[in-house]
Ligand binder design. Structure first.
Ligand SMILES: Cc1ncc(COP(=O)(O)O)c(C=O)c1O
Length: 410
């Protein structure tokens, strides 16, 4: 029996692969110095690891441009703020969706209220899918940027970013994709999807630590820095360097954070090679191996979700939100149990069973407004991850059955 049954992987993945913990500890002890800047052996080792991580992350998203355009930030929120503040100006138009997280909604709202920017918020259909034709119709000559959440962190709806990207690529607008819920969960090909800026966070599907994120800035896209300062290069200049990654990386980067992402990338590749039954000199390329791993991870996670959804659908009073059947999705989904407030249900599942789920609005208020769950303070989110096992799944089934029957009997 476990103490905790973790179904909050959409908030952050837990646990991480063991090799992530080990490498972060080892690397930080051995080379936790200021990278590059000092030029001594330890600093060069740290800089080499950072450069390798940029290349691994680039390959992971099939990015073939200069790996210096893989920029590290604090988190996806930081990267998205950079997109809004560094790409959009007064008079511009921006398209976002109603499925966005507050890390997109709020920068857009602020720029609309204070910055002379107009914003279109596109809704999805009943299951939360955005129609690429709606994107086409919303684009005007003033549209600077289209921002799409690849998968909803409330409903699990997986958007067709390839079709949306094709539509945006026919115009002058930039296509920015928030991959927080899909990076490390489904394969993403930045070029095939015509993504201009791919935003990622490190601590969810990418299995890195908290406080670590980034973005891949496509060739030809120039984001204006919102922070300037030390970079360890060209220090004599009065002004911040123009070239990537320094352009967007002012100050010291997180060595433990990047080491964590590095180890996780190698873990994905190892898993892929195992699935391909390859080792040693035979190993597949990082890109090929990780794509195989991701397909496997996605199938496994969604398999757990389909099992839970099927069982929950038969329980008294359980309301399920989001895609059903074989519609494209990630593992995350939400429910409500009769009239019980989501927070109360979450607290009872935790206290009585050690089940860790996330009740509330999940920082995506417009989704809850559209689904009528705002006034009841949201819904209860289940987010299985790669390390969710049969024991976790059985416990979740048992706990929700008990709570639904209790609620129905009141
Ligand atoms: C879809 C989506 N976008 C953005 C974010 C923000 O990520 P971070 O808190 O790492 O900045 C999250 C995190 O919950 C998310 O789910």
């Amino acid at each position: 029996m476990k103490e905790h049954y973790y179904f909050d992987n959409a908030a952050t993945s837990w646990p991480k692969p063991e090799s992530v913990y080990q490498y972060m500890d080892q690397f930080f002890r051995a080379y936790g110095v200021n990278p590059g800047r000092s030029g001594h052996t330890l600093a060069v080792e740290a800089e080499t690891m950072i450069g390798q991580t940029r290349r691994l992350i680039g390959g992971f998203f099939s990015f073939t441009g200069d790996s210096g355009r893989v920029v590290f930030t604090q988190n996806a929120t930081d990267s998205l703020n950079l997109c809004f503040r560094g790409l959009v100006e007064s008079g511009d138009h921006v398209i976002i969706t109603r499925l966005e997280h507050n890390s997109v909604l709020r920068p857009a709202n602020h720029m609309e209220r204070d910055g002379g920017v107009s914003v279109t918020r596109l809704g999805g259909d009943g299951a939360g899918y955005v129609d690429p034709e709606d994107v086409r119709k919303a684009i005007t000559a003033k549209t600077k940027m289209v921002v799409v959440n690849h998968a909803s962190n409330v409903l699990g709806t997986l958007q067709d970013i390839e079709s949306i990207g094709r539509v945006v690529a026919e115009t002058d607008a930039l296509f920015v994709v928030d991959t927080c819920q899909t990076a490390g969960v489904v394969p993403i090909d930045m070029h095939r999807c015509h993504i201009d800026v791919l935003v990622f966070t490190g601590h969810k599907g990418l299995f890195g630590p908290s406080g670590m994120g980034g973005m891949i800035v496509g060739e030809g896209v120039n984001i204006q820095p919102t922070k300037t300062g030390g970079t360890g290069v060209n220090s004599v200049s009065d002004f911040h360097p123009d070239d990537y990654p320094y352009r967007l990386e002012a100050g010291t980067v997180s060595i433990p954070g990047i080491a964590g992402l590095n180890a996780a990338q190698r873990w994905f590749a190892e898993l892929g090679n195992q699935l391909l039954d390859k080792n040693g000199a035979e190993c597949a390329s990082h890109q090929e191996a990780t794509q195989v791993a991701l397909t496997h991870i996605h199938e496994q996670e969604v398999g757990v979700t389909r099992r839970l959804i099927e069982a929950f659908a038969d329980l008294p009073g359980v309301i399920l939100y989001g895609p059903r059947g074989n519609s494209p999705r990630v593992a995350t989904f939400t429910i409500n149990i009769g009239e019980m407030p989501a927070e109360q249900a979450g607290a009872m599942l935790d206290a009585d069973h050690g089940l860790c789920v996330r009740p509330g609005l999940h920082c995506a208020p417009l989704v809850h407004r559209d689904y009528g769950t705002l006034e009841r303070n949201g819904s209860i989110r289940f987010a299985p991850g790669f390390f969710t096992d049969d024991e976790d799944t059985e416990l979740a089934l048992e706990a929700v059955t008990e709570l639904a029957e209790y609620q129905a009997s009141r």
